[in-house]
Design a protein around this ligand. Structure first.
Ligand SMILES: [Fe+2]
Length: 213
């Protein structure tokens, strides 16, 4: 990160706490179990995610017979005998890939409804810089780093499958980035935006109830 961006690397001020007695809503989910994406070249994908992004390959399997085109398909790609590999993306979450037979599916439009626009991986500043050096060494173009939220810096690039990736770091948080904290608004800012969505103020107040003023 440049000196210029470093001087701005300050976490956003914490919204003021809710009134005494407020029981904060807790998410029902704990985070991502696995994010499943598609490739048509598993070997190239392994080399990129292991060697460039530093995600160990932890499981390599073929989807069992009958799950692709048979009645037991549970939403996975409709092909038999597909490779389905898993990488450790950190913090007990997995990144998975199916290997679609070459030429069988078109390249996706990441701006289509129900498509994945991009994925951002949380990372410490030191590793952010290490990956930036690797991208430069390999001649892989990237955009950034740029401050995308107060104290949050991102860079953007594509994997070998043309999947848009982002790395996000929060230098002020050191080795333990607080991702949700880095993105949480105060009630006033959210209220202002939600008013562009609806004029139902009762609904808006329900939605901002977890935020501090
Ligand atoms: Fe993003």
């Amino acid at each position: 990160m440049t000196t210029a961006t470093k001087t701005k690397a300050k976490a956003a001020p914490a919204p003021k706490a809710k009134a005494k007695g407020h029981v904060p809503m807790q998410p029902m989910t704990r985070g991502v179990h696995h994010l499943a994406l598609n490739t048509d070249d598993m070997k190239k994908t392994i080399d990129f995610y292991v060697d460039v992004l530093g995600m160990p390959l932890v499981h390599a399997l073929k989807v069992p017979a009958g799950l692709g085109t048979g009645p037991l398909n549970r939403g996975n790609p409709p092909y038999e005998n597909l490779r389905h590999y898993f990488f450790d993306m950190g913090n007990d979450s997995l990144l998975a890939f199916f290997e679609i037979p070459k030429g069988k599916e078109p390249e996706g439009n990441r701006n289509a409804i129900a498509a994945m626009q991009h994925v951002s991986f949380a990372i410490t500043e030191a590793r952010f810089e290490a990956i930036r050096e690797k991208l430069e060494g390999l001649g892989i173009e990237y955009l950034g780093p740029m401050e995308v939220l107060p104290g949050v810096f991102s860079m953007y690039f594509f994997d070998p499958n043309n999947i848009r990736l982002e790395l996000s770091c929060q230098p002020a948080d050191g080795a333990a980035p607080k991702v949700v904290r880095g993105c949480t608004q105060n009630a006033e800012a959210m209220r202002k935006e939600l008013l562009t969505l609806t004029d139902d103020r009762v609904w808006i107040e329900q939605r901002v109830a977890e935020l501090g003023e």
